[in-house]
Each structure stands twice: as structure tokens, then as C-alpha cells.
Design a protein around this ligand. Structure first.
Ligand code: NAP
Length: 300
């Protein structure tokens, strides 16, 4: 089935973006590979004809470039079956030590870039594709489910994407045949570590004995999986008839979903009594009550 699919992928220069680009091409599919520096994919481009691989410049922080990339896809192929919203980077920094401009840049790429690509994707699937339909795959993270030390802004950007994705998916009419999946990635050996921004730590978080920022320790001690395995599973999810809203990839990601679900359940059960006797009132009744109170105050 991939053999007949047309994919648009963001952040194709390295990591998952590059691996999924290659996996789709190897399976006979077509890719519009988008990236900031088209030269970075010249080795792959030299192996495939232009009716199989189109390399398009796209910095996802630039909404005009996003629109241009989708317009180019329409002009070249007239259809996109799968959009893999992959571009992103991380910021290793305690909340107190993250420079605000870097944290905003992170949101511009990881959240706003992904949200703007999602909007164009849904519009394309609904208005350009005949028959209507398509798959939107978001590169989310275990850090979009749980918050981690030294990654609060990165986690916030992925939590934001999770909320956006869940809201967007709930808006889509079933007859549009658009399926959205948030891929909750665990830890994988890509260029993410090298591309991570690392401002100096806040002195308060540096351990006096080791001179090491303790909040960052857990990342250095983590092991990670081969990204090639995840790339093949990302292709597989695009073939499922009824894909899940959230797909954990990696044993650590599966464990994170389990742990989060369990902890939310425990909190709900522990504190449910606090809300048991709280009465509910409709918005209509509430407004009426407010206007009655206002009228009473005027007359008194
Ligand atoms: P990677 O090898 O560093 O790849 C990241 C890609 O995103 C690169 O192609 C990079 O392009 C691109 N990118 C960054 N900012 C961009 C922008 N403004 N516009 C367009 N492209 C941009 O890391 P990766 O692990 O494959 O990351 C891919 C996605 O997986 C990210 O969203 C990341 O958060 C997510 N993820 C990764 C892991 C992991 O363990 N590796 C875990 C959870 C989630 P340049 O070459 O131009 O910088």
C-alpha cells in the first residue's frame, strides 16, 4: 500500500525525517521531502527520479514556506496521502536557565510549525484530494506525556502539540476520512542530541561536589533504541485502516503511557470526594442568576 502513497515529510535532513523518507521511497512510494537546507538530502535525491522524490525547502517556522510546500505538492502530484509532521528540536535547560528567546524559538518550531503544517494538511486532505482523506502523523514524544527535569520547555512544546492534536482530531467530520495519530516517541539515537540547544545551567542546579547540573543527569544515563525500527513502524501506522489517536513507539514510551494513565487514575480516585457534592448549573441559569443579582444591587 505504501507503494501507492504520496508522503509530505518535514525535517527530512536527519533522524526520523530522513529515515521515513528513505523507507517510503524504498517501498515504492512518493515523497515530498521538506527541509531547511535541500543540499542535506542530495545523496538521497541523486538516487531517485523527480517523479518519486521532490525536495522542497521548508523552515516550519515560516507559514509562507508551509503554504508554498503544499502548493508545490499539489502542482507536482495533485494529492498527498500522508503528512509526517516531524521537524523539531529540543532544549536542555532548567526552567530558570532557559533564555526566553530560545524557548520561544522552540515553540515556533515544535508547536507553531507543527500546528500550521497540521492546518494545511487537513485543508489539503479535504479540499484537494479526490477522493477526500489522508493521514496526519505528529512526531510527539514521551516528553509530551510526562514532564522531565532540564526539559520543561521541550515538554511544554510537545504537551501543546498533544493538546492541539487531540482537539483537532475531535473536530474532523468522519466523512472527510482524515485520520490523525500522535506518535509518542521514546528515546532513539538520532541527531536530536547533537541538535539540542544547551544554554549554561543555572548555578543553583549545579551539584557542589560533582559540578554537574543534577537536573540534567537523567538524560545522560538513558539508553535509546535504533531509529530505523521506529521509521518502519511509522510507515506501518499510515497503512492501518483504523489508526490510534496515540501510538507509543519504544518500550519506554509504552511504559510512560501506562504510568501516566495509572497516576491520573489514582489522583482522580483519591480526590473525587472533593467534587462529589459540588452542584452544577447550566450557563443559561448562571447568567440569569447573575442578572438577578445585578438587578437586586441596583435597587438596593
Ligand atoms: P534530528 O535528527 O535532530 O532531526 C530533527 C529534524 O528537524 C532535522 O531534520 C532538523 O533540520 C529539523 N528541524 C528542526 N527545526 C526545524 C525547522 N524550524 N524547520 C524545519 N526543520 C527543522 O532528531 P529526530 O530525533 O529525528 O527528531 C525528529 C522529531 O522526533 C522531533 O520532533 C523530535 O522532537 C521528535 N522526538 C525525537 C526523539 C528521539 O529520541 N530522537 C524522542 C521523542 C521525540 P535541520 O537539519 O535543518 O536542523
Amino acid at each position: 500500500m505504501i507503494a501507492s502513497q504520496i508522503w509530505l515529510i518535514t525535517g527530512s535532513s536527519s533522524g526520523f525525517g530522513r529515515l521515513v523518507t528513505e523507507a517510503v521511497l524504498e517501498s515504492g512510494g512518493i515523497v515530498i521531502a521538506t527541509l531547511r537546507d535541500p543540499e542535506a538530502l542530495s545523496d538521497v535525491a541523486s538516487r531517485y527520479p523527480s517523479n518519486k522524490l521532490s525536495v522542497v525547502k521548508l523552515d516550519v517556522r515560516n507559514p509562507d514556506e508551509i503554504r508554498d510546500a503544499f502548493a508545490r505538492a499539489k502542482e507536482l502530484f495533485g494529492r498527498i496521502d500522508v503528512v509526517f509532521n516531524n521537524a523539531g528540536f529540543s532544549l536542555l535547560s532548567e526552567a530558570e536557565s532557559a533564555p526566553e528567546d530560545v524557548a520561544r524559538e522552540l515553540f515556533d518550531a515544535n508547536f507553531w510549525g507543527a500546528a500550521n503544517v497540521s492546518r494545511e494538511a487537513v485543508k489539503f486532505f479535504r479540499e484537494v484530494n479526490v477522493p477526500q482523506g489522508g493521514r496526519l502523523l505528529q512526531a510527539s514524544s514521551a516528553g509530551g506525556i510526562e514532564g522531565y527535569p532540564a526539559l520543561p520547555y521541550y515538554c511544554a512544546s510537545k504537551f501543546a502539540l498533544e493538546g492541539f492534536t487531540e482537539g483537532l482530531a475531535s473536530e474532523l467530520r468522519p466523512e472527510w476520512n482524515i485520520k490523525v495519530t500522535s506518535i509518542v516517541l521514546g528515546s532513539y539515537h538520532t541527531n536530536a542530541g547533537r541538535n539540542m540547544k544547551r544554554p549554561p545551567p543555572h548555578p543553583a542546579y549545579v551539584d557542589a561536589t560533582t559540578q554537574h547540573p543534577t537536573a540534567r543527569l537523567y538524560l545522560y544515563t538513558k539508553s535509546a533504541a535504533y531509529p530505523e525500527d521506529a521509521a518502519h513502524l511509522i510507515c506501518k501506522v499510515a497503512e492501518l485502516q483504523d489508526p490510534p489517536l496515540r501510538l507509543p513507539l519504544g518500550q519506554d514510551a509504552v511504559e510512560v503511557l501506562r504510568r501516566k494513565g495509572q497516576s491520573l487514575l489514582e489522583t482522580a480516585e483519591e480526590y473525587q470526594a472533593w467534587s462529589e457534592n459540588v452542584p452544577l448549573i447550566s450557563s443559561e441559569e448562571y447568567c440569569l442568576k447573575l442578572s438577578q443579582q445585578a438587578a437586586k444591587m441596583k435597587t438596593s
